[in-house]
Write a protein of this length. Structure first.
Length: 246
């Protein structure tokens, strides 16, 4: 049990998130361990983005949240980022009128401000991981293709040296070839030691790449388990994978 606790990066227990009197997330618990990809799947309006917002500190939440073994529910967004908890939002939220290079450098701002000298080395690593960003480093972010914008959003997040990277719908609006490329990058990040919490409507791709999965429906956890087990579950297969399992 000690090893399990030591390997746990994020431990959320009984989270509740409300918009006014409407409870969008109810009694949700999830765990993300080091070196793993955890997926959260579910239909539109299930509360997936709200859940990530709460974990990031963008929305107030009730419940218990521990990150790196310490209570974290009262940390600000900036404090969570400084501890290596970083979110790539669904809308990517790039600075369209700034260059690729400037967007990436902003991702390392807190490291530069704290006097860390290695943040520029990370920039070289990002260009090596995303060669297209290197080719377009002086290009305005607003002129990039959808896939390139997703790469830039992920690259900017990686500039913060995340221990846990949360991705909200990274495949949204992308062509199938680019979706495969993005998910290959996600797998490479896990191999490099970055844990991933992946919110994704493309349930098939999410369950193929992840180690463990949660199914969120109308703000509550409907199912959870190893991703391979969820993919073989008749209910998940029929509802989210478009097939029947005998």
């Amino acid at each position: 049990m000690e090893n399990v606790a030591h390997d746990t990066l994020l431990d959320a227990r009984n989270l509740h998130v409300a918009y006014g009197k409407v409870e969008a997330v109810r009694n949700v618990s999830l765990v993300v361990r080091r070196g793993t990809i955890v997926s959260v799947i579910g239909p539109n309006g299930a509360g997936k983005t709200t859940l990530l917002s709460a974990l990031m500190g963008l929305r107030p939440a009730k419940g218990d949240l521990a990150y790196l073994g310490a209570p974290s529910g009262r940390l600000t967004v900036e404090q969570r980022v400084a501890r290596g908890l970083i979110l790539v939002p669904e809308r990517r939220e790039l600075f369209a009128a700034m260059s690729v290079a400037d967007n990436l450098e902003l991702g390392g701002f807190h490291r530069a401000r704290s006097g860390e000298r290695g943040w520029r080395t990370t920039l070289d690593e990002i260009y090596a991981r995303f060669p297209r960003l290197g080719e377009r480093r002086e290009q305005l972010a607003g002129t990039l293709s959808g896939g390139e914008r997703q790469m830039l959003a992920m690259g900017r997040a990686l500039m913060g040296k995340p221990k846990l990277l949360m991705l909200d719908e990274p495949s949204l609006g992308l062509a199938p070839l680019m979706v495969r490329e993005i998910f290959n990058i996600v797998a490479d990040l896990r191999a490099a030691g970055v844990a991933i919490l992946l919110v994704e409507q493309n349930a098939r791709a999410a369950l193929q790449i992840s180690d463990y999965g949660y199914v969120l429906e109308t703000g509550e956890l409907a199912l959870e388990g190893p991703s391979a087990d969820l993919a073989a579950n008749p209910r998940v297969a029929a509802t989210y994978l478009g097939k029947r399992v005998a």
